[in-house]
Design a protein around this ligand. Structure first.
Ligand SMILES: Nc1ncnc2c1ncn2[C@@H]1O[C@H](COP(=O)(O)OP(=O)(O)O)[C@@H](O)[C@H]1O
Ligand SMILES: CC(=O)N[C@@H](CCC(=O)OP(=O)(O)O)C(=O)O
Length: 298
């Protein structure tokens, strides 16, 4: 294919636009959370895998944390179980926990590993159980009672964990040996109990532990939207609190925003909630001047 003079110039401009980003991010860690809702079609998935491989080749350390909520929901439906969420967290009984571990640690994890490897990368799939990577505690949620005078209710959502500690050793070992870690959000408790952890929580905590430069959360909206459905391109700490307080941010967006905020308040330079339905969204976010999605900074 021959290039017209303009398109050649455009391409050259786009390639050189990447230079400052290549210089800035070389040797740095970028944690990318690949949400189940962003894994929609084969072309998009291949594009995502290509972006990750490219990052690694230019000297960045991408660490992938994946979700798989819709995929878990489908399998649960097949065995006649309904999915139930409280504040964006799946209510997880024993049987659901088995399905979650099978889908996240097995099917979804290996699919992403395979996708990256087919693009020429060297991905290694891990769950939080491998190498003692993610230690978890049982998560308890609080819910405001209908009667304002009563104290908040404590809600037990079963085998759902919060991150107690992350041991970065294994991830560091893989990074240094040119491998790309692909992590399923499963944790292990002190008693050896398995915990289902929201992938946004794991991505946020991992970004803090690895002292990542950036946390990127890929989802199925163009970013955080206001009440009118308009994209909010940048959010401060106060704006986040206001939007949660007035109910503009709800459901699955709650853990994303909360843990993105936690990350930037704990040393991660920037967190981005971006649209995984846009081809090569990660590449555009990392290597171009074009702002995509919502930027959260401290
Ligand atoms: N203010 C908001 N802006 C954008 N999305 C929101 C907002 N509040 C709630 N959401 C919901 O959060 C969803 C994203 O979370 P989730 O479904 O858990 O995605 P993922 O699988 O990528 O983690 C959106 O599809 C949308 O339905
Ligand atoms: C506790 C909890 O909610 N765990 C999630 C884990 C998967 C996940 O986070 O997937 P997405 O990123 O695709 O939503 C779940 O069971 O759905």
């Amino acid at each position: 294919m021959s290039l017209t003079p303009t398109s050649a110039a455009d391409r050259a401009r786009i390639l050189t636009e990447a230079l400052p980003y290549l210089q800035r991010f070389r040797g740095k860690t970028i944690v990318i959370k690949y949400g189940g809702n962003a894994m929609v079609d084969d072309a998009l998935k291949q594009g995502f895998a290509r972006d990750v491989v490219l990052m690694k080749l230019v000297g960045i350390n991408p660490v992938v944390v994946h979700g798989g909520g819709p995929q878990i929901g489908k399998l649960l439906e097949r065995i006649g179980k309904k999915s139930e969420f409280v504040q964006g967290m799946r209510v997880t009984d024993r049987e659901t926990m088995d399905v979650v571990e099978m889908v996240l640690g097995g099917l979804v994890n290996k699919e992403i590993v395979n996708l990256i490897n087919r693009q020429g990368g060297k991905a290694v799939g891990l769950s939080g159980k491998d190498g003692g990577l993610i230690r978890a505690n049982k998560m308890m949620l609080t819910r405001r009672s209908a009667d304002e005078k009563l104290p908040p209710e404590i809600v037990d959502i079963g085998h759902v964990g919060e991150v107690k500690a992350i041991d970065p050793q294994l991830v560091a070992l893989l990074d240094n040996a040119e491998f790309i870690p692909v992590i399923a959000p499963i944790g292990v408790g002190e008693d050896g109990e398995t915990y289902n952890i929201n992938a946004d929580v794991v991505a946020g905590k991992l970004a803090i532990t690895l002292k990542a430069e950036k946390l990127i959360l890929l989802t199925n909206t163009s970013g955080v939207l206001d009440r009118e459905g308009k994209l909010l391109t940048g959010l401060s700490v106060k704006q986040v609190h206001d939007l949660i307080g007035d109910g503009t941010i709800s459901g699955g967006m709650l853990p994303k925003v909360n843990y993105a905020l936690d990350a930037v308040l704990s040393g991660v330079r920037t967190a981005h909630i971006i649209d995984g339905r846009v081809p090569h969204a990660v590449l555009l976010e990392v290597f171009t001047d074009e702002g995509v999605g919502t930027l959260i900074r401290s």
